[in-house]
Design a protein around this ligand. Sequence first.
Ligand SMILES: [Mn+2]
Length: 374
Amino acid sequence: MNELLTTTLCKLKSNKYSQLNIVIGNESCDLDSAVCSVVLATFLNWLEIHNKEENDIGCVTISILDVAREDYPLKTEVAYCLKECGITENNLLFRDDVNLKELVNNQTNITLVDHHVLAKRLDFLTPYIKEIVDHRPLDKQQWNYNNDVKTLIKIVGSCATLIVQRIQSVAKGIEFFNTYPVCADLLHSVIILDTVNFSKEVNKATPLDMEMVDYLESVLKLENCEQTRQLKLEQLLKARSDVTSLTPSQLLRKDSKILEDVFVPSFPILVKEFLQKPNALEAVSEALNTKNCTVAVLLGMDLSEGLKRDVAVLSPSCPDKVIKLAKFLQDWSHPNLELVPETQNCVYFKQNNLAASRKQYMPALNEYLNNCKQ
Ligand SMILES: [Mn+2]
């Protein structure tokens, strides 16, 4: 696998290709995005090498992890998982390693995995998008792609499930998995993590996720599947929540989204625990300043003794906004987030709807921001 990644990077650097394909995951660079991007790019390269005529210079497919190289250690479970498979930082390409504006041209094909709305700064890539594989509800409002864009969009627990399907759909797919069992193993890990090993409580898994995990286990010739799944989940959760070495400001950079002036970081620990760290509030203020945001919605999660979630709304400069947004989230009903205020001023909540992650917060925040404009 490393060999293929190294060859690809060499081809890119030496310009020895007739066409460039790029696979990009979303900017949270979670395990799903990172693995989907790396594995699909590897598959496309492998196919190309297999199918090309001799002397054909051929196309090259690169995977870009949409995170700065210096922030890669923050993605603790990604770094852990890829390292376990022998993939090191040197063999990966990060957001700041390539200048996409210079790299793309009319020959470039871009595949989006694990998202289908481009980050604003990547808007210029719109005309080059040729394929989308995603598991989010379709956002047609921001759909500006060419009519011939190939899509595989289904609501499933993990985008990795769709990548397995995408690879399976090619006749040589099974041969690829047999040649690179490490890719099958990576996708298997992602689905286990994203569905929290098919937890009924979390309720993210679909029959297709199960079907693809069964398929990968048959490819990997796994025995003791149940045991392996459980062990994998435990290791991945441990790696993801192993933030002991991270400071509050690193934690705020770990996994965040921004919606206009609302900053939405999520943590692998409870917000309650985050707020107890030294200088946590200062770090929030600082993050709001650097990101030009006025209000923060902190989302926490803890799996150490069953799933727990909590949320806090903070705005050192606009306390009015905190009250207004907190009230809005409490009243939100699609789905009802079941927020239970735990402090007098109602900015901190325990979240009883355990199935609601940031994905469920985004429509609420969108609606809130739209209401503010009226
Ligand atoms: Mn995903």
